[in-house]
Design a protein around this ligand. Structure first.
Ligand SMILES: Cc1ncc(COP(=O)(O)O)c(C=O)c1O
Length: 386
């Protein structure tokens, strides 16, 4: 059984994908060809942002966003420690400082009440209010990066209110949540800039690396466009700022176009599968199912459950493995525990929810083509091994 089945989707879209690839090979515009603009327009319309800018990966999308907003060394960017490494790596590589904010144990997303404390702690330089990284430099609060983890929108209403109150930028990391809804607004349209990833295993993926920034700000899109091509000015021999080579290949855009057409339908299929999982596991007192708040929908990048403790989780996962069913732990090591962030001198217990969840969480196979019989088998094995 596949954890994420890309082959079935390819079989379904084969003719169109192959023909789109052929078209690119024939027109030969491998860099910023016409398919790029079509994809950008379609996805901006899809999420309700005014502009989209494709780029080489979700990681580059974050780098471009931070650069466009003018992040400087020692600027603080608040984000969650329960996310993929790239969310905070891109902060650190620019010399800014990630300040971690623990998550809500049921949604796995940034807890706005803790965000308020973290902002106050930085403003007053007082780690007794909320754990802060060790540094002798003066920290300047700059931005918040909410992550739409596992496909669920972060809690934007209170987060955007805090950003406004404290004059902070917001960069939405929607690498896992692009297309989810919060109060009927689509992920990809929150904050000053939103960033997503088209890594193949994402709900909307390409066949290599790819990503996208979204914004509705006329000035920011111009800066992003320039940054994507070495800080280009009026033409390629004029460079007005330091940028990167962050373009997405035309071939990847061509591959994605047929996928975009069926994306809404695939989201619905994922939602049906998640509903069946939850209906079945909600009756098990040994498991905690993911909570989707009433004002939200998830695109279910992952379906994650909590076991009672690490040995019970290990037992369930090994029972699944014996039947050739993959399950994965996202995330075994919250970011405060990553060696690469050891200079921040955080302790694992600084973020007790993330620290607890790392021992109990596990994700089950989730994709639009999961068969009823496969799901039945997964549910049965999990339930028989609680
Ligand atoms: C939350 C999050 N942010 C950023 C990224 C980085 O995206 P990419 O792998 O396309 O660079 C990912 C990818 O896994 C992610 O899950």
């Amino acid at each position: 059984m596949q954890f994420i089945d890309l082959k079935t989707q390819y079989t379904l879209l084969k003719e169109q994908i192959n023909s789109n690839i052929q078209t690119v090979l024939e027109h030969g515009q491998y860099i910023l060809g016409p398919e790029i603009e079509t994809l950008e327009k379609q996805l901006a319309d899809f999420c309700g942002a005014k502009y989209a800018l494709s780029c080489a990966s979700g990681t580059d999308a974050l780098v471009l966003a931070y650069l466009a907003l003018g992040v400087k060394p020692n600027d603080v960017i608040f984000t969650t420690p329960f996310t993929f490494f790239a969310t905070a790596e891109t902060i650190a590589i620019l010399g800014a400082v990630p300040v971690f904010v623990d998550i809500d144990p049921r949604t796995f997303n940034m807890d706005p009440a803790k965000l308020a404390l973290a902002i106050e702690a930085v403003e007053k330089n007082d780690p007794s209010i909320y754990p802060l990284p060790k540094t002798d430099k003066a920290l300047n609060p700059f931005a918040i990066v909410p992550v739409d983890l596992f496909g669920l929108a972060a809690d934007y209403e209170p987060i955007l209110a805090l950003a406004k109150k404290h004059n902070l930028k917001v960069i939405e990391d929607t690498a896992q949540g692009f297309g989810a809804k919060y109060n009927n607004q689509t992920c990809g349209s929150f904050g000053d800039i939103a960033c997503t990833s088209f890594f193949p295993a994402k709900p909307l993926g390409c066949y290599g690396d790819g990503g996208m920034c979204f914004t509705s700000d006329d000035k920011l899109i111009e800066i992003l466009r320039s940054l994507r091509v070495h800080g280009q000015g009026i033409d390629k021999y004029n460079n007005t700022r330091i940028g990167i080579n962050g373009r997405m290949d035309t071939l990847q855009a061509a591959i994605m176009l047929p996928k975009v057409a069926i994306f809404p339908e695939e989201i619905e299929k994922r939602q049906c599968i998640a509903e069946i999982y939850t209906k079945n596991f909600n009756t098990c007192k040994e498991l905690t199912t993911p909570l989707i708040p009433e004002n939200c929908t998830s695109i279910w990048a992952q379906y994650s459950l909590l076991a009672e403790n690490s040995s019970k989780r290990a037992h369930i996962m090994s029972a699944l493995q014996k039947e050739d069913i993959p399950s994965v732990i996202y995330y075994q090591k919250p970011l405060q525990m990553q060696e690469a962030f050891s200079d921040l001198a955080y302790k694992a217990e600084d973020f007790p929810v993330s620290n607890d969840l790392k021992d109990r969480i596990f994700s089950l196979p989730m994709h639009a083509y999961l068969k009823e019989s496969e799901q039945k088998k997964i549910i049965e094995i999990v339930k028989n091994n609680l």
